[in-house]
Design a protein around this ligand. Sequence first.
Ligand SMILES: Nc1ncnc2c1ncn2[C@@H]1O[C@H](COP(=O)(O)OP(=O)(O)OP(=O)(O)O)[C@@H](O)[C@H]1O
Ligand SMILES: [Mg+2]
Length: 255
Amino acid sequence: MAILAVQHIEKHFGDTQVLSDISFSLEEGQALSIIGSSGSGKTTLLRCLNFLERPDHGSIAVKGGVIFDAADPSTQAEKDIRQKRLHFGLVFQNFNLFPQYTALQNVTLARELLVKERGGESKEEIIKAGRELLAQMGLADRADHYPHQLSGGQQQRVAIARALALHPDILCFDEPTSALDPELTGEVLRVIRSLAEQKTTMIIVTHDMAFARDVADQVIFMDGGIIVEQGDPREVFDHPKEERTKQFLSRYANG
Ligand SMILES: Nc1ncnc2c1ncn2[C@@H]1O[C@H](COP(=O)(O)OP(=O)(O)OP(=O)(O)O)[C@@H](O)[C@H]1O
Ligand SMILES: [Mg+2]
């Protein structure tokens, strides 16, 4: 059974149709990369998965349970949305760490609030898990640093640890390296690659074609709000079937 099944998602903003009939599924432990030109709807799609936008049509199921169905208002109750968002971890382009908290506090804060509400592990256990996540990100010695004392690449790795601290079913990245200098990009990509090797289920929106090809089990190429082509990355990148995919990829190939 797919861990995520998206069916026939549509989204309009006013008169503009931003997503049209988007359907795909993701197996547990798989990485999916989403590529496409600016404005093709990639961020909007991630925002729909996280209930930051409501699709006009279509449904989203996680682990076989429908969490959103545009045709079924009972799946859209405000009171359930926070819980449903926990299925997804989100890592944005601009990190958005809290400046007044240390790296470790940034990682543990949301988990502490959640456990305060619903019960769960002790504060010591949360802190221990937070330190382990930072160590996994190569930041064991930066736990007590504040965001302004960290490089962009380090801040982004804190943001990844923060997302993982909530144990999401699916980790979503929206251009995780596009705000970084090239020399800091590598350290973030290495972390994402190691998460893929550990079979973390992930969706990665990226403009880095080599990375999208290498890291993913499946790739989706979007253009104008539709999925033009999807499949095995080696097939899509090396033998694109659609003219639009060929044109898009050739722009990158030519620098
Ligand atoms: N809140 C909004 N209101 C109106 N239009 C929007 C809104 N959000 C996005 N759009 C439009 O939807 C389209 C898709 O935007 P989106 O941000 O999803 O593209 P993208 O593929 O993520 O692009 P990029 O690669 O530049 O990040 C764009 O035309 C954008 O202007
Ligand atoms: Mg975007």
